[in-house]
Design a protein around this ligand. Structure first.
Ligand SMILES: Nc1ncnc2c1ncn2[C@@H]1O[C@H](COP(=O)(O)OP(=O)(O)OP(=O)(O)O)[C@@H](O)[C@H]1O
Ligand SMILES: [Mg+2]
Length: 256
């Protein structure tokens, strides 16, 4: 059984792509076969991992697969990273939100269709774009299981409330369950000020009875590893004490 997990939060810059790379790296370090999927038309995951060529490549790409899910096999679109595989984003995907909205054919279940054929991996992690719209809905419906990155600020609380409302709507309209399997408070700098403390407490009180709330501190080593196209588990000179947190997240996914 291939587990599918979306790393999703419509707010920009909260660590979705950074966490996708490092959770994928941690899962791979456990010996699992991992596919990372870049659903952000801006393609930061694809770029960070060093696949600019794939982002600019001629069709077919993930864009074409999302337009005609039955006509493209994931295996034909995947590129190999040193730690895990990647289904890259493509520059053509900028047209997708409009295409999906204009299309009548269950436009929010396209990614689900595509991933039905992706059975060669133990875990599929999908990096979602920073918007609430059909692309994000595709990620939520295709995975049904979300890791939600937030920052320790007031606007992340607001964003999380918007997201929970959107998930309720999706669940009602599509008769599915979309579970939040964990919250990752990301890029946290210590010492915490009172506002950050309040916000972390709010996330903990809200979620900790049901699912884990992890804290990933702001670390230059994480930033540098990602800039060099690797997780902190990869072949990099960068080591980070935060690899323990990512290893815990991977263990939770593996055991879940
Ligand atoms: N734990 C961390 N330590 C240091 N820097 C971090 C950490 N997490 C995230 N960052 C930095 O924060 C910025 C935003 O992170 P990232 O690109 O992962 O967020 P995102 O949610 O994917 O953004 P977008 O919404 O644009 O897709 C990046 O510059 C990244 O290097
Ligand atoms: Mg991103």
């Amino acid at each position: 059984m291939t587990r599918r997990i979306g790393i999703l939060q419509q707010k920009g810059g909260v660590g979705k792509t950074t966490n996708t790379i490092n959770v994928a790296g941690a899962l791979a370090a456990r010996g699992l076969d991992v596919l990372a999927v870049d659903m952000d038309p801006q393609g930061y995951l694809t770029h960070r991992l060093g696949f600019e060529d794939a982002y600019l490549s001629e069709p077919p790409s993930l864009y074409d697969a999302l337009n005609a899910p039955t006509e493209h096999a994931v295996g034909d679109l995947v590129v190999e990273h040193a730690e895990f595989d990647l289904l890259p984003a493509n520059v053509d995907m900028f047209a997708l939100e409009q295409d999906l909205i204009a299309s009548g054919m269950r436009p929010r279940l396209r990614l689900d269709r595509i991933l039905d054929g992706a059975t060669a991996w133990d875990v599929i992690l999908v990096d979602a774009p920073p918007s609430l719209g059909p692309l994000n809905d595709n990620v939520a419906l295709a995975t049904g299981s979300l890791l939600v990155p937030v920052e320790a600020d007031e606007s992340s609380r607001l964003a999380l409330n918007h997201l929970l409302r959107q998930l309720d709507t999706l669940e009602a309209n599509y008769d599915v369950h979309v579970d939040i399997i964990g919250v990752i408070v990301s890029n946290v700098s210590y010492p915490l000020d009172n506002e950050q403390k309040d916000n972390i407490e709010w996330f903990s009180e809200r979620f900790e009875d049901h699912v884990p709330v992890w804290i990933v501190r702001s670390r230059a080593a994480i930033k540098r590893a990602v800039k060099d196209g690797s997780s902190v588990f990869g072949d990099t000179d960068e080591e980070s004490d935060m690899s323990d947190v990512y290893a815990e997240i991977a263990e939770e996914i593996d055991n879940g």
